[in-house]
Write a protein that binds this ligand. Structure first.
Ligand SMILES: [Zn+2]
Length: 377
């Protein structure tokens, strides 16, 4: 396979992407540019790679992840023009450096053994944190697609709420929150926020950018800002890839093994996904980070971030009345007095009367689950 090398003087191709340093969990928003070199630049971040050294570790159109051969850092982008140009200009892009496959198998067998050992020595939480950046977006999407039905089954397969006027308001609200997060918000492009008809006041983030809001939350909310703030908080978990980290942590070494054996669609880890998501609470630091993200995004979207503390405290009051503890929002997002205080301190005083939705929009959103049409499955 020989592609004619395209002259270096060809027009530069630029795209937005996400850089992973291979060590920490957070993606860094970057701009990538392909000329005779492949340059990655973000805030305080510059890489200048020789296209001949690049290998594609993920290539699932439109998503592509490339990095220098032998390095764990890389950059991910969804841009067909750039993918095509890279394929034309990087002769080794799809080269497997171990054509026989034996080396690879031996390597992964050792890696799997090491993984189990590392977990024993360092504990799952730290290993999960290290592993998350190595999980490609495509695998995370698959994980989310597998986890969602299991998760919903545990909730009794609640129908989805689809009243068109309410759906339109919700879509608009999510788009505003995403826009407020900005390109540095690092939210995945295939984000989906759905509402399910369920009495519980709760919301969940699943791997692969899936957010599920239960209608009880909308019923319990007194202002649109309260609903928006909870959605923004879940987006904060999506951004931190927290659901994936928590799944890896909860499913332990079997996840590691499936991951290294490329068996994400296999049977090893499938069974416990839904339960793991429901039972795994987030750490205090994780909650704090999602709260800070939510309050910031709410302010930029024209809403009141303090509403997050308001609704969480109201639900906390309700839950003393004896709602099923296993499904309680505070189990997955533990609330402490310090947490509520931190939210309010960051939010400051919102101007009186400021609301993220108009009165009509709020009415439409509250009617999202009122539709008589049976929920699609
Ligand atoms: Zn949370």
């Amino acid at each position: 396979m020989t592609a004619d090398p395209i002259p270096a003087a060809t027009v530069p191709i630029t795209a937005e992407g996400r850089f992973f340093d291979g060590l920490s969990a957070l993606p860094h928003p970057v701009t990538v540019q392909l000329t005779d070199r492949f340059r990655v630049s973000g805030s305080a971040l510059h890489r200048d790679w020789d296209p001949r050294d690049l290998r594609a570790t993920v290539s699932v159109p439109p998503l592509m992840r490339v990095g220098p051969a032998g390095e764990s850092s890389g950059v991910e982008f969804s841009d067909d023009t750039l993918s095509a140009a890279l394929a034309a200009r990087c002769p080794n892009l799809h080269r497997r450096d171990d054509p026989g496959g034996t080396v690879r198998l031996v390597f992964w067998s050792i890696a799997a053994g090491l993984a189990v050992l590392l977990v024993a020595v360092f504990g799952m939480p730290r290993i999960a944190g290290l592993l998350v950046p190595l999980v490609p977006d495509a695998a995370e999407s698959r994980l989310g697609a597998m986890a969602e039905p299991q998760f919903l089954r545990i909730l009794g397969d609640p129908g989805s709420c689809t009243a068109p006027a309410g759906r339109e308001v919700l879509d608009g609200l999510v788009a505003r929150l995403v826009a407020a997060a900005g390109p540095g918000g690092s939210l995945p492009p295939d984000l989906s926020v759905s509402v399910r008809r369920h009495g519980m006041a709760n919301a969940f983030a699943l791997p692969g950018g899936r957010v599920i809001v239960l209608s009880g939350l909308i019923t319990r909310a007194r202002t649109p800002d309260e609903v928006a703030a909870i959605v923004a908080h879940e987006l904060g978990h999506v951004r931190g890839r927290d659901p994936t980290r928590s799944l890896i942590r909860a499913s332990g070494t079997s996840f590691l093994l499936s991951l290294v054996l490329g068996d994400l669609t296999g049977s090893t880890i499938i069974v416990g996904l839904g339960n793991a998501l429901l039972s795994a609470g987030y750490s205090r630091d994780t909650e704090r980070a999602a709260d800070a993200f939510a309050v910031d995004v709410m302010a930029r979207a024209g809403g009141n971030g303090a509403a997050l503390a308001d609704i969480l405290e109201r639900i906390a009051g309700d839950e003393k009345g004896g709602l099923s503890e296993a499904l309680a929002i505070l189990r997955s997002h533990p609330l402490t007095r310090e947490r509520a205080a931190a939210i309010r301190a960051q939010a400051g005083l919102a101007p009186p009367g400021r609301a993220i939705l108009s009165g009509d929009e709020w009415t439409a959103l509250r009617g999202l689950c009122a539709s008589e049409t049976p929920a699609p499955r």
